[in-house]
Write a protein that binds this ligand. Sequence first.
Ligand code: ADP
Ligand code: MG
Length: 313
Amino acid sequence: MGKRIVIALGGNALGNNLPEQMIAVKQTAKAIVDLIEEGHEVIIAHGNGPQVGMIQKAMAELTRSEPEKYIPCPLSVCVAMSQGYIGYDLQNALREELLDRGINKGVATVLTQVEVDPEDKAFQNPTKPIGAFMTKEEADKLVAERGYNVIEDAGRGYRRVVASPKPQSIIEIQSIRDMVAAGLVVVACGGGGIPVYKTEGHHLKGAAAVIDKDFASCVLAQQVEADTLIILTAVEKVAINFGKPDEKWLDELTPDEARKYIGEGHFAPGSMLPKVQAAVEFAESAPGRSALITLLEKAKDGVAGKTGTAIHQ
Ligand code: ADP
Ligand code: MG
């Protein structure tokens, strides 16, 4: 019996720049189509760190060189652009791989908005640096004119910081469900989704924030009622005492063990910690659900129970 699987792609599935991404998506498509070939239904989410950084920088340069013509591009728009560009490459790579294997299946990217709570405490404490380094003068101008939050980053210059609030719900969820039901391979929630919050009436306003893609994938997996959430990253398994002489790679992890290890500080914030937290939340969200953290090229073996770290109750 095929499973419904949400795959969260990490940075190494997409590379760091335009040519790297073109090459990386070919391997990524192979790993994904392996699962489709085995009869699984696949929904793909992905990160966007380098891509949104590139877009944000390009848009900032435009404002800098022609200030009379361009205003700073909202971060929510930069995320939307990154979803479009990454979705374009993934769609093409998946289309080609599916056709090469004689599988007749459509692929579609959904520009996805993800609702955040404007009262989320993260907004009071923006921590995520984004975009290029600035001089003090440039930073002061953006603080005064646009209300940006700016920090001095370890003597290297000034940088904008944004909040990383928790995802609440996915605005386009019904479209995503309908497309999955129609048999399409769907790419959604890229870069954690375009962060938005409700204002008056039905209006949605873009938030200057970055949602963690691991948490957004967890919400997506729950809202499409997936059986499995697979987080593909740069390590084959999760470790305790990571990088230390007594490092131990884990085959399985229960939510209780995970909480204990989180408390002991085994998982780095901003990298492995959100993955383990997302995996635990998904595994506990309904009976029979499990999560898997492994390498892109091990996805098939991981689903077969041969490798990776499986998180389940
Ligand atoms: P992604 O782009 O896939 O989100 P990240 O770099 O954010 O990747 O997170 C994966 C990285 O987390 C691994 O490459 C590894 O260096 C690091 N890491 C931190 N703590 C651990 C741990 N306890 N076990 C395994 N990897 C860990
Ligand atoms: Mg990450």
